[in-house]
Every structure is written in structure tokens, then in C-alpha cells.
Write a protein that binds this ligand. Structure first.
Ligand SMILES: [Zn+2]
Ligand SMILES: [Zn+2]
Length: 135
């Protein structure tokens, strides 16, 4: 895939030139803060296929966790663009709502962290679910 995206205000832009390694929905409690309450819908994009083309995001990692993820977002409008995880080196967990055309996502291959699923979350049909991760 050869696509572009960016934050809500346009200060930060990126491009992807390459295919995602996976497509998923994460229901973990941490993602619920960032998504606003719903599933966090992400594509695993290889680092080599991803580049920022305008502006630079602000990064945040919790200091009280041993191996925190780093979340990258626009410092102006607050849109979360992606996260990186020490458990998934070389992969950008890109939030598909920031793509110029989110329909290219297609749909998730898996749902992870159903251990934190809320009663108001809906699981997609016919997609494997995992209490935590497939690993
Ligand atoms: Zn912005
Ligand atoms: Zn999550």
C-alpha cells in the first residue's frame, strides 16, 4: 500500500510505502483512554515503510511502567498517530483513523486484549480474539 495520513489539524503528516504486517483491534484498558473508549484500531506498519513528511509528533511513555509503549501524537491538536511497543520492535502501530482514506484498512485480522473488553464493545464476526496477545 502507498498511502498518506496525518493528524486532525494537519501539522503532522506521514506516508506509508509498504504493506502492513497485520491489522488488529486492541481492547486493552490503556488503549481505551487513547481511543476515547472504543477499540483502538491499528495496522502494524514496518518501520522501514513509514516516514513522517511534515512536522514532528510529541512522544509519551509512562515512567512508572517497566516496558511502556511510546505513544506519538500531535502536540497541537492531540490526535494520536501511532504507538511503538518494546514487544514489537521495528513496527509502528498506526491508528487507522489518521489515514486520509481509512477504508484502505479493510478490517481487522484479530482482536486482542479481550480481557479488558467492556459490555459496550462489539466484536467483529469471524475474527480470532485473544484474551491478551496471540504470542
Ligand atoms: Zn494536529
Ligand atoms: Zn491496547
Amino acid at each position: 500500500m502507498n498511502v498518506e495520513g496525518g493528524c486532525y489539524c494537519g501539522a503532522v503528516r506521514y506516508k506509508i510505502d509498504g504493506d502492513p504486517a497485520f491489522r488488529g483491534e486492541c481492547l486493552c484498558r490503556e488503549c481505551q483512554y487513547i481511543s476515547g473508549g472504543g477499540a483502538n484500531i491499528v495496522m502494524g506498519v514496518p518501520e522501514s515503510a513509514f516516514a513522517y513528511t511534515k512536522g514532528a509528533p510529541k512522544g509519551f511513555s509512562r515512567g512508572d511502567l517497566e516496558t511502556p509503549v511510546t505513544r506519538e501524537f500531535c502536540a497541537d491538536c492531540g490526535t494520536h498517530l501511532l504507538a511503538t511497543s518494546p514487544g514489537l520492535p521495528g513496527v509502528k502501530l498506526l491508528k487507522v483513523g489518521t489515514l486520509d482514506d481509512p477504508s484502505v484498512f479493510g478490517g481487522a485480522d484479530m482482536v486482542i486484549f479481550t480481557v479488558d473488553k467492556q459490555a459496550f464493545h462489539r466484536l467483529p464476526d469471524g475474527v480470532p480474539t485473544f484474551e491478551r496477545t496471540p504470542g
